[in-house]
Design a binder for this molecule. Structure first.
Ligand SMILES: [Zn+2]
Length: 271
């Protein structure tokens, strides 16, 4: 396979011209699409947390891989968090329709291996549906949920919405984006559904040792809009810039290695 490589930042689709894309497609058919969300992450973090992190990982990745990176999708599916001003949700169906349209057009030009770099758990349903849609057309999609993989690679990094893991990642991009005066505040008031059904995490309540999901907006669960895996496990106070920088780089390297393996998947052999 002939080498194809532009200057690093030119692997971003918006910086290429159509001739660059044509040339790329002669030897590769892989594309990365970062997908984020704009949503409340508590008082200490910016609304664009879930978008900025995958976008930054993609920037670092662009220095390590010669794979085309499509523009970051800045909106996601985040129905639970609507109600905190600034949170905007496309809904599961809206994100699915948007992503499917983007992928279908890339498919028409010849792209067949799609890597989604996802920054928000609520997007997964839409991404999975698009993956099935592409598979039926003879293409393949991989969804990399960066925060889950980071926690699997290093258990001490494991975290959740608005906790230490995400706070560190944002610090690794720009520490000025974190409102440190709110770091100590904690998860806010956790509202139970009733005395017998105490809030466990997100929408789950605990009943006699089992977790039961009762869908309701996060505003009715916590008054400041973020919940983590428990303050003792993933407190934002333990986040550091050094942790964030190392984690973002580790994720970029992981994605670089994944791309090499994913590129080799021969689509004609998939059943
Ligand atoms: Zn997040």
């Amino acid at each position: 396979m002939a080498e194809f490589r532009l200057e690093v930042d030119k692997m971003f689709l918006e910086k290429m011209n159509y001739l660059d894309v044509e040339k790329y497609l002669k030897t590769r058919d892989t594309v990365v699409i970062p997908v984020g969300s704009i949503e409340n992450h508590g008082k200490h973090m910016p609304l664009g947390t879930d978008t900025m992190i995958p976008h930054r990982i993609a920037e670092l990745y662009s220095a390590m891989s010669d794979t085309v990176i499509a523009p970051t999708v800045n909106y996601g599916a985040t129905a639970d968090i609507v109600g905190f001003p600034g949170t905007i949700s496309l809904g599961v169906e809206g994100l699915r329709a948007l992503l499917e349209r983007i992928c279908d057009q890339l498919y028409d030009y010849g792209f067949r291996h799609f890597i989604i770099l996802n920054g928000h758990g609520g997007n997964s349903k839409s991404i999975t549906e698009v993956g099935h849609h592409l598979y039926a057309k003879g293409a393949i999609l991989a969804n990399l949920n960066w925060w889950l993989i980071a926690g699997e690679l290093r258990p001490e990094w494991k975290g959740g919405h608005g906790g230490g893991e995400e706070t560190a990642a944002v610090m690794g991009i720009d520490p000025a984006l974190i409102h440190t005066e709110y770091l100590e505040e904690g998860e806010g008031i956790r509202n139970d559904v009733s005395n017998e059904l105490p809030s466990a995490s997100w929408m789950d309540v605990n009943f006699k040792g089992g977790s039961v999901t009762i869908p309701r907006p996060i505003r009715s669960i916590t008054d400041n809009g973020w919940l983590t895996h428990g303050m003792s496990i993933d407190p934002p106070t333990k986040a550091t810039q050094a942790w964030g920088v190392e984690m973002l780089n580790t994720m970029a390297e992981y994605m670089r290695d994944f791309t090499v393996a994913f590129d080799k998947v021969a689509l004609s052999k998939i059943k």
